[in-house]
Each structure stands twice: as C-alpha cells, then as structure tokens.
Design a protein around this ligand. Structure first.
Ligand SMILES: *[C@@H]1O[C@H](CO)[C@@H](O)[C@H](O)[C@H]1NC(C)=O
Ligand SMILES: *[C@@H]1O[C@H](CO)[C@@H](O)[C@H](O)[C@H]1NC(C)=O
Ligand SMILES: *[C@@H]1O[C@H](CO)[C@@H](O)[C@H](O)[C@H]1NC(C)=O
Ligand SMILES: *[C@@H]1O[C@H](CO)[C@@H](O)[C@H](O)[C@H]1NC(C)=O
Length: 431
C-alpha cells in the first residue's frame, strides 16, 4: 500500500573534514531565547514599553526563564538581536547601546543575566550596517570583538547585510579570529552560507572551522508555510549540509516560533520534533511571560530535548517520502535512532503509516524497543522486523519515536546512515 516514492541511494566517501571551531563551545546545539521573530525592531518604548527592545525585556525574560523551569530544561542563552545599538559609535569608535532603551548599558545587563546563571547573546553585522540600518562591524572587527568581551557577552549573532559577498568569508573569518584574540569564550553564530548561497556554493569545511552555528536559509516566520519551507530546503540540501554538523558546529534553521500565533498545536509539535531531529539550535522567539501551557510543556519536553542534545551529535535527515508522509531519522548514541513521521497531507483526518514500510525500519532486525515521544509519551514495547505497528499522524502533525536495538547481534544500520563515520576525521556524503 505504501510504495516508497524514492529511497535515497547513499554512498559513503571517506576523506578529510576540518575540525570544528576550537573554542570549547556549542558541543551540543545551543539552547536559549532570541528576540527577533517575536519582537523584531520594536523601538517604541513610549507607547509599547513591555515589548520594545530594551534592557527590561531581557531582564524580564531572564527572570521568567529561571522561575518557570526554562533554565532547568536547558535553555541558557538570553539573546539580543538587531536594533539594540545607538546609531552612532562613541568617541573611541566603539558600539554603544541606545542610551534611552538601555540606560544601564550592556555590561550591567550582562552582569544581571549572569547573576541568574544565564548567558547573554548580542548581535552585530559583518558589513557596513546591520539589516535594520544600525552600525555594522566592517572595519571594526577587533574593536567590536573587544567591546563585546569587555561587556561580558557570551554569544554573538553576526548577520550578513550590507556586505560585498565576495568578502563575506574573509569578514566572518576575521571576526572569528578577533573573538578568539579577546581570550573570552564567545559562541559565534554566523549567517555566512545564507548570504553566499545566491552566488556560490558555500565551503562548509571553512564555515565549520569558523563558526559554532550558521544560518543557511531565509528567516523563519510565524507560519506553517515558513516552517515547511525550511524543512524542504534542508532535505533538498542534506547531502551538502548534514555532514558538516557535529559537536562544536551546527546548521541553524532559525528560531522556534512555538508559543506564538501562527502554528496549530500539531504544527508546533512538528517544529519541535524536526528541530530536534536536525540537531538545530533551540532558540525560542516568543513571549515567555505569556505563553500557553501546552506550548510551554512542549518546549520543555525532556524527551525531545534529550534527542536534540544527544551526545553522538549527528544531524538527522530525510530518508523517505511515502504517500504524502515524510520520514526523517537521526542516529543517536547507544546505537539508537530517532524517527519522525510527518503527515504532509493537509486535508482529512489522521492517517496511518505502517512502521514496517519505513525504509529505516530494517534497523529493527531482528527486533527493537520502540518508544513514542510525540504526540504523547508511550512505550510501544518490543517490535519485530515485520511489526504490525501503524502510527497515526494528524495533518501537518508529527509522530516522533525512539528506537533501540535489543539484541546484541542486531544487524548494523542500513546504508542510509552516517552512523559509522565520525565528523572529526571522516567526511561522508550523498551521491
Ligand atoms: C583560540 O584558538 C585556539 C586555537 O584554535 C584555541 O586553542 C583557544 O582555546 C581559542 N581561544 C578562545 C578564547 O576561543
Ligand atoms: C566587491 O569586492 C570585489 C573584490 O574585492 C570587487 O572587485 C568588487 O568591485 C566589489 N563589488 C562592489 C559592488 O563593491
Ligand atoms: C581580513 O583580514 C585580512 C588580514 O588582516 C585583511 O587583509 C582583510 O582585508 C580583512 N578582510 C575583511 C573583510 O575585513
Ligand atoms: C574550503 O575550505 C577549506 C578550509 O579552509 C580549504 O582547505 C579548502 O581548500 C576549501 N575548499 C574549496 C573548494 O575552496
């Protein structure tokens, strides 16, 4: 009944791949909160004091993160995006925060965030201006890196607007070196490939040596079509981008928009499941002061977070499109596997997919232990290769499972997996 529309043919090539950026950071995908998608460039503190980009917003978000279980769930970075600085540099040529919206300055805000046991992220741009028109760092990489270090900043999101694309790589590398020379460990989040793709296939070896994570594709919006477009882009470029992910460096499909306005609950579950499968940074952009309990429970789901943060550090990928389902898999530590089944038929009711028809299911030879993580946690017991299990998936929803082999002589993964290659010394790809 479920005929595989296609099954990828993979050939594993062995060659050298670079180490990740050696700053000891992002050994697991970064977790935190980032203001952009929800709060954008709202600088109107006179009429909208609760939602404008000001020190108050980050202090309140940090307070909630500690009080409401976010920090305990693993969310650590509180990140500022564009629109924080003054339009002018100071007399010494240094960036300065807008004095009206950040009266205490960034150093004091960093101290506050650190006093809560959290970390502070800030935003800059590799070109002459930020995307919203504030001062960019071109010509000031050393100065700006030192300023961020002096303030006690822990993460830099470095955008790519207003930059000659032929100099993008140089700019991102120079800033990476400047951050290193400050002696402070600052997680470096790049947008290098996003701005290079329109002109040139990016060099992911160089990017991995330079950055802790990197945006590849357009900004996420608060809509299912946006989330779907990110999944489609990722799957259609997985042969290029998946092998570059691993401890210290990750592909960044942009923020989690769970808890906002545009996604149904099933779609929120899909975003959470797939961001875990993709080993993506989990940077929420929402209002933690006012979030629906179901969204909060989903974002704090420890079983999904455990998949995201799995110590093997491999990114998952799409293995099949079957009858308007997509099946994605992520190899996990202890020879386990996470499997996500997405129902892309946006009409009708829940539809069933027989697990034995999933290409990766050969992994369960002779049998394995199956746990359903989404839509609700459920032990599904020991299943044989010819399991009769059928998962029911809502339209635009996802069933997320973990699968563990239970026999010591189980057959190794079929060749859809990069399980046997290590990002540190080998390079695998799809032909
Ligand atoms: C700077 O780079 C060197 C060499 O790659 C590394 O050993 C060191 O830890 C880095 N320092 C910081 C602060 O990132
Ligand atoms: C971009 O940089 C290249 C190389 O430095 C230069 O040849 C080119 O003229 C620049 N383009 C623009 C629009 O400035
Ligand atoms: C990067 O640094 C090199 C060496 O200092 C310099 O020649 C080059 O102009 C810099 N490029 C950019 C874009 O800052
Ligand atoms: C990509 O970057 C790496 C590391 O910087 C370099 O060794 C390699 O030659 C580059 N590859 C291409 C095709 O430019």
């Amino acid at each position: 009944m479920y005929t595989a529309v296609f099954v990828l043919t993979l050939v594993v090539l062995v060659s050298h791949v670079a180490q990740g950026l050696d700053n000891g950071l992002a050994l697991k995908p970064t977790m935190g909160w980032l203001h952009w998608e929800r709060f954008m460039c709202n600088i109107d503190c006179d009429t909208d004091p609760d939602n404008c980009i000001s020190e108050r917003l980050y202090m309140q978000m940090a307070d909630v993160m500690v009080k409401e279980g976010w920090q305990d769930a693993g969310y650590e970075y509180v990140c500022i995006d564009d629109c924080w600085p003054s339009h002018q540099r100071d007399a010494q040529g240094r960036l300065q925060a807008d004095p009206k919206r950040f009266p205490g300055g960034i150093k004091k805000l960093a101290d506050y965030i650190h006093s809560k046991g959290l970390k502070l992220g800030i935003y800059g741009d590799v070109g002459t201006n930020t995307c919203a028109g504030y001062p960019g760092s071109l010509g000031y990489y050393e100065t700006d890196a030192q300023t961020f270090a002096d303030w006690g900043v822990d993460l830099l999101k470095f955008d790519g607007c207003y930059m000659n694309w032929t100099l993008l790589g140089e700019g991102y590398v120079n800033m990476s070196n400047a951050l290193n020379r400050t002696g402070r460990s600052i997680l470096y989040s790049c947008e290098w490939p996003l701005y290079e793709w329109p002109f040139h296939k990016p060099n992911y070896t160089a990017i991995r040596e330079t950055c802790n994570h990197w945006r590849n594709f357009a900004d996420v919006y608060d809509s299912w079509s946006s989330v779907k477009s990110i999944l489609d882009w990722t799957a259609s470029h997985q042969d290029i981008i998946v092998p570059s992910a691993g401890p210290g460096g990750w592909n960044d499909p942009d923020m989690l928009v769970i808890g906002n306005f545009g996604l149904s609950h099933d779609q929120q579950e899909s975003q959470m499941a797939f961001w875990a499968i993709m080993a993506a940074p989990l940077l929420m952009s929402n209002d933690l002061r006012d979030i629906c309990p179901r969204s909060k429970e989903l974002l704090q789901n420890r079983h999904i977070i455990a998949i995201s943060q799995d110590p093997l550090g491999k990114q998952g990928y799409r293995t099949a499109k079957v009858n308007s389902f997509e099946v994605w898999e992520r190899p996990l530590s202890k020879k386990r596997l996470a499997v996500a089944v997405l129902n892309k038929q946006e009409i009708g009711g829940p539809r069933g997919l027989a697990l034995s028809s999933v290409p990766g299911w050969k992994f369960c030879d002779p049998q394995c232990n199956v746990t359903q993580i989404l839509p609700q946690y459920k032990e599904m017991g020991v299943q044989p290769l010819h399991s009769k299990l059928v998962v029911l998936v809502n339209p635009s929803g996802t069933v997320l499972l973990t699968v563990s082999p239970i026999s010591s002589n189980f057959k190794s993964h079929h060749n859809l997996h990069w399980q046997d290659t290590s990002i540190k010394d080998k390079h695998s790809t799809i032909l």
